[in-house]
Design a protein. Structure first.
Length: 261
């Protein structure tokens, strides 16, 4: 049996920890904000619209004057969900849905082509590599589950040499159910050969919390200020930095204190 310590909280008999990527392992805030702005401007330009449509698209993506909403569509949704959101905004503005669908797809593709990859602009948060290596040396299985595309998840893990410390990973491809649907989490846990009920979810958004609750996972752990955001509303276990996350064997735990709910 392995105990996992999250700050001052403990959870017994954990088999695995599955991490979100963007906003949790990867500092993607700036890139996501820039991408949302580029997509909105490209779509508006393509239909000959002005600032009003740009603002409507940014609102759909979860971008405001105060910045990127960590729980908004751009931060938590798949590329397909953002595409569908943009199509809906254009349709509401009076553009034929079929034309809007083709236009948005072309604009998104053009923005991605100019970006030429993603990993270089989404570095791991400080201490991420050391934390993953440390946990990998324990009996735990380590997984990554992201709303990002499988290609970008793999690119991130390989670009920063994190692949050796991860036992299994899963992105969200076209047509696959995004978080908080538990389907992909079940696939990750099957790959790791662990039980969902003995797997902790670590993330930065409502979708990660809802995933943990809906799937019946062992618990949810929210990142917080050290990641540039407030804890996820409703999260009872919060990390201030990666050192808060540790694995302990039973003989090393004299008085474990409160557990994870």
């Amino acid at each position: 049996m392995v105990w996992v310590r999250c700050g001052q909280r403990w959870r017994a008999d954990v088999e695995a920890i599955v991490f979100d990527k963007d906003g949790t392992l990867a500092d993607s805030h700036r890139l996501l904000h820039q991408t949302a702005l580029a997509r909105a401007e490209a779509c508006a330009k393509a239909v000959g619209a002005g600032a009003g449509l740009v603002q409507a698209l940014l609102q759909c993506f979860g971008v405001s004057a105060s910045g990127l909403d960590p729980d908004g569509l751009m931060a938590t949704g798949t590329r397909e969900a953002n595409r569908q959101g943009a199509v809906a905004v254009l349709a509401q503005a009076g553009y034929p849905p079929d034309q809007a669908t083709e236009l948005v797809a072309a604009c998104f593709a053009a923005v991605n082509a100019k970006r030429n990859g993603k990993a270089a602009s989404t570095p791991p948060f400080e201490g991420t590599a050391a934390m993953l290596e440390r946990l990998h040396q324990s009996p735990l299985k380590i997984g990554v589950l992201s709303s990002d595309s499988p290609a970008y998840v793999e690119e991130f893990l390989r670009y920063y040499d994190l692949m050796p410390w991860v036992h299994g990973w899963q992105g969200t491809g076209p047509g696959q159910p995004p978080k908080p649907d538990p389907t992909l989490l079940g696939q990750v846990c099957d790959r790791l050969q662990v039980s969902v009920a003995r797997t902790l979810i670590v993330g930065d958004s409502w979708a990660d919390l809802a995933l943990a609750e809906g799937a019946g996972a062992a618990g949810f752990v929210s990142v917080s200020e050290g990641w540039g955001r407030s804890p996820v509303p409703g999260a009872e276990v919060v990390l201030q930095h990666w050192d808060d996350l540790a694995v302990m064997h039973p003989e090393a735990v004299d008085h474990p204190g409160p557990g994870l709910s």
